[in-house]
Write a protein that binds this ligand. Structure first.
Ligand SMILES: *Cc1c(COP(=O)(O)O)cnc(C)c1O
Length: 240
């Protein structure tokens, strides 16, 4: 299947999931996760209309980021990729990604917020961030415990360059995607609770949840961004 065909198939499945949930497909943004694929394949994704790109490690993303920044510079500005940093981020690496990635999906502690804020202030920008929550409680998953969200939210008020816009989670890999539903539902409930209790300065509008294996369930539970690698751009052997 060509990338266009894959994209059409993903769009169709998103539309179906939205129909089941009574949602408008325009509420669901697709992030093409290019971490498993080459620069060439990433260019194809852009040509197929995937402008939101996700990567989880700066070392691996760097060559693609730099090449595309050049290709989409100056005269093509505004048509190039919008980058999402979706991997866990060490505090001392925040300076590498702030200013290059528009969104950060893995904010989970105040020390990281401080590092993002410092770099953002030096560039005169704000960084929209998702707070990563470990809903499933799996030890292998990064993210904040749900019980820590209120305290983090209040602490973020000290870092005005960090703009919390939503919550992010990863569900455990399940043979049966339906089994992920409670994780996604819990993330939505947590966001709604945070908004009802005004933990954040501004209400959180977004939920970054759903990957290749479980995106339809995540959409039914309210995802506003799905992060799709394998199902959309594929998974090239040499980058496994
Ligand atoms: C790799 C990755 C994805 C995409 O994974 P697929 O299952 O290939 O769609 C999504 N989110 C995060 C945080 C990832 O690291």
């Amino acid at each position: 299947m060509s990338l266009q065909e894959r994209k059409a198939e993903v769009d169709r499945r998103i539309a179906e999931a939205c129909r089941r949930a009574g949602r408008d497909p325009r509420e669901v943004g697709v992030i093409a996760v290019t971490k498993y694929v080459s620069l060439e394949r990433t260019r194809e994704a852009l040509a197929a209309g995937c402008r939101q790109l996700g990567e989880n490690r700066w070392q691996d993303a760097r060559a693609k980021w730099e090449a595309l920044a050049e290709e989409y510079g100056a005269e093509r500005a505004g048509t190039g990729p919008e980058w999402h940093f979706i991997g866990s981020l060490q505090t001392n690496k925040a300076k590498d990604v702030v200013g290059k990635f528009t969104y950060i999906h893995s904010l989970d502690r105040l020390s990281l917020a401080e590092a993002i804020d410092r770099k953002a202030a030096s560039l005169g920008i704000e960084v929209p961030c998702f707070i990563q929550v470990n809903v499933s409680g799996e030890a292998s998953k990064h993210g904040l415990e749900p019980a820590g969200l209120e305290e983090l939210a209040r602490g973020l008020r000290d870092y005005p360059r960090v703009r919390p816009i939503g919550l992010m989670t990863m569900a455990p890999h399940e043979e049966e995607p339906e089994a992920t539903r409670p994780v996604f539902r819990r993330l939505r409930e947590l966001r709604d609770e945070a908004n009802a209790r005004e933990w954040f300065m501004e209400p959180l509008a977004e939920l970054s949840m759903g990957m290749s294996n479980d995106f339809e369930i995540a959409i039914e539970e309210g995802a506003t961004r799905v992060r799709l690698g394998t199902v959309l751009v594929g998974h090239e052997e040499e980058r496994v």
